[in-house]
Design a protein around this ligand. Sequence first.
Ligand code: C2E
Ligand code: MG
Ligand code: MG
Length: 714
Amino acid sequence: MLAVAPRKRNLSNEASKMPVYQSQTARTVAMTVFGALFCMQIAVFLPGVFGRYVAAGESIELAEAARLETALRYAGPATASAAPESLLTEALVSLELTRPDGSVLLSVDAREPQGEFDITEGTGPGRPVNLRLTTLEGPMVAHGWVSLHEQRSTAWREAMVSSLVALLVSLIGSAAALMAVSRHFLTPLARLVDTLRTGREASAEGLPHRVELDTTQDLHLLADEFNQLVDAQKKTSRQVKVKQQYLEFAAHHDPLTHLPNRLMFEDTLKSTVKQAVAERLQFAVFLVDLDNFKFFNDQYGHLIGDKMVAEVGNRLKTMVRDVDLVARLDGDEFVVIQRDVPDREAATAVAERLMKVATAPYEYRGFTLKAAVSVGISCFPLDVHEGQDEELLGEEIVNNAAVALQEAKGAGKNQAQLFNDSMRSRLTARIRLEQDLKIAIAEEQFEVWFQPKINIKTRQVTGAEALVRWRHPVNGFISPEVFVPVAEEAGLIIELGEWILRTACRQTHELQELGYPGLNVAVNISAVQFTDGNLLPMVRRALDDTSLAPSFLELEITESAVMHDPEEVIRSLHELSRFGMCLAIDDFGTGYSSLAYLKRFPVDTLKIDRAFITDISSDNDDVAIVEAVLGLGNHFNMKVVAEGVEDEDQLQFLKDQGCDIAQGFYISKPMAFKEYTEWLQRWPHGVVPLAASNKSEGATVLPIAEHVARRAQR
Ligand code: C2E
Ligand code: MG
Ligand code: MG
């Protein structure tokens, strides 16, 4: 801190610029220290001085007693001679010592029990006194004097000297203290003067501004300058504080809805679980997810999508108390923690209220928007394994709510689902499956099987679809329909998918080398792989390493996966297509493709879902669908593959309708590589020759839109 001498000036706003309190504080501190030290010195020395004075007084009194005795003995002739020594010891009753003005100096009763004269009062120095004695024979008066001047003045002198020494020591000590205090307060001022004069204050580049000062006004200017610096610093520190508060807020809140984010949700969950365990409280977690939000976003645009998310978030917020929490976890996913929810009925009632408020229509710039939401609910402690670590309890309750949410979505969306025991066992099985999958990938427990496809007209084999098989060491074969979705969710499909692709390419190339150079292979690619961003480099590496030409590889992506994120998939498909690979839309007819998107896909093949083929002979609707897909393929110059062909009638029907390729149990079930090799040798119609199967020789790979354009030109 720095002491600055305050300037005398008008009060008003000047005073606010010049914080006088700084010099007052300094002075107050200095004076306090000085006063304290002075008092300490006085306190130490005064008793000494007083002691000396008392001691001097005692010696005076002793001397006085002696003089009195002498005076009695030698008082004037009339009395002194008549006052024998025995008078003092035997006949003296009382003694009174008076001053010439008649005031009593000393009065003693000789008949005190101790029988001694006790002189307790002193006398003035060197003054004559009258001695009035009362004896058994009557009163007597004697004249005498007491000369105490010398002793008393000596005592006073000594006392005075002691006092002066004490005062001097005290002054020196206090002065030293004051100097120390002044140094403490003044040195920074001196430093400031130096700093300002040499211009070492902070400027834009971290260097000082130059300060020109009038020497006569140095101190005031310096004080002003200094105080301005202090004010600026205060302002900066206020700004820093506000910035810190903002950063703190931003770290824990979502910028779109201003609701708490995942981080804050995790903190709150932790403390809620802790409190619930300690105080045996109940609470419930609700995961609220907007239904079909992607579609909503695509249809109305991201701006309106954002408005919708913010609106739903704010509405949910109005439904909970201050002790509860609404947080935004992800794009369209919210979480609510509500305390004091005693049972599942109460939780369901809360979920219904949340759904009602979230799905109420909402007007925005002439649009009437209406969200649909699904809710997954988990109750604490009803749905958790009590007794475990608090962190695990938190994880468990959120996982439970997530499973319940999935269930709600799977059961048709726009509903709330409570977590229950059957979900728990599915969850346990799912977790076990995921663990087993990790081991299976590490131990390569998978095989790639091949299901042949034939050209319906010639019945020659054109290639095969590669289908993964998991031979579980305990449970035997597990269907890809069971484990592929789990691998997708756990992100394991990336590694597994690469292994499948490499194996399929390698083995197909082996077959080409064995004498079937026209054989191709179709590999299923998961939506997760498509949106991963590394698909093209991964595929190129696999082709390079296995020496399979790109045109012999067909990548199948399901229609539903395509529609999951059409823009991203279109981008990936174009990249892959440019590289020369064939692309097929799998399970076509089941995924509600938008034809608007379809014409932008650079696909070569449509694979009609087997559900439509199975009932082809009995269901007219299916016939219509198959005809429509064939018409679409024909129109856009795409191959159409019929999956799930199980008998000759179906094959004949497809042939009559102009379908290109068939795949199904009627031709062959999927087979392990060795069996496939043997099957190829047995197949009576042979394998397509090289030229007919190659992409460059077959259908030109162009987006449908381009096909349309070319057709129009023709
Ligand atoms: P998908 O790609 O549509 O594969 C065709 C499924 O239909 C195969 O089942 C095949 O065995 C079955 N199938 C073929 N012809 C017939 C038939 O005539 N009748 C009947 N009832 N079924 C037939 P699979 O191998 O169980 O595969 C099921 C699904 O699992 C596949 O459907 C595909 O979506 C997925 N999948 C299989 N292998 C892979 C893979 O390597 N990667 C990825 N991402 N998914 C795979
Ligand atoms: Mg497939
Ligand atoms: Mg299929």
